[in-house]
Design a protein around this ligand. Structure first.
Ligand code: DGP
Ligand code: NA
Ligand code: NA
Length: 210
């Protein structure tokens, strides 16, 4: 599917990694960087806690509700599905989306609980595929040291170790691995270079993968 007959489109760029690896601040810095270069860019994140599905997810993460592992898995997926058409509209209009977590978090966090990997992947089929996946690589022990974990459900070292293993299983050769233990400015510089190449490729009319 070609975006708007030869018109350039935005790039769908996903950041993944363990909790506390620096994804959120790196994502917002990337948006500022692209905007500074005159590109249209937006910061998105999943879960998007502002929707009604997102509020159910948020309550679960805050341990205010209990949900079966498959039920919460499907809610996380539904939260991406409810945003799909808006993502497509924005990309086709030329806006690059920097997305803090996406389907890979969905599969990694649920399969870390022991839910079957293929079952976890199924509801993600048909969502927009990213042009670029940036994995902020950091050992779970190191991430846990960073200011400590909060009170959210998954912020426990033993669980994050399992998530890291699941990300390794999911990891694709096309993923760009960035050492997130480097100083924040160095991580940012590496990310900027990789992202810029991909944004430019999409502006040259790279087809929107669906
Ligand atoms: P964040 O807002 O990025 O801190 O994410 C909240 C927590 O939810 C974090 O521990 C990662 C986890 N998470 C994010 N997306 C998914 C998902 O699709 N499925 C599951 N099971 N967990 C997710
Ligand atoms: Na978190
Ligand atoms: Na985050």
């Amino acid at each position: 599917l070609r975006a708007c007959n030869n018109e350039s489109r935005g790039a769908l760029i996903v950041l993944e990694g363990l909790d506390r690896c620096g994804k959120t601040s790196q994502s917002s810095r990337l948006v500022s960087y692209l905007e500074g270069l005159g590109h249209s860019a937006e910061l998105w994140r999943f879960p998007d806690r502002t929707t009604s599905v997102g509020q159910m997810i948020s309550a679960y993460l805050l341990n205010q509700s209990e949900l079966d592992d498959r039920t919460i898995h499907l809610l996380f997926s539904a939260n991406r599905w409810e945003k799909r058409s808006m993502m497509e509209t924005k990309l086709k209009a030329g806006t690059t989306l920097i997305v803090d977590r996406y389907s890979y978090s969905g599969v990694a966090f649920s399969s870390a609980k022991g839910v079957d990997l293929e079952w976890c992947k199924a509801p993600e089929i048909g969502l927009l595929s990213p042009d670029l996946v940036l994995y902020l690589d950091m050992p779970p022990e190191k991430a846990a040291e960073r200011g400590g974990y909060g009170d959210e459900r998954y912020e426990r070292l033993e669980f994050q170790k399992k998530v890291a293993q699941c990300y390794q299983i999911l990891r694709d050769p096309a993923w760009k691995m960035v050492d997130a233990c480097q100083p924040i400015e160095d991580v940012q510089k590496q990310l900027q270079k990789i992202v810029l190449d991909n944004v430019l490729a999409c502006r040259k009319g790279k087809p929107l993968s669906l």
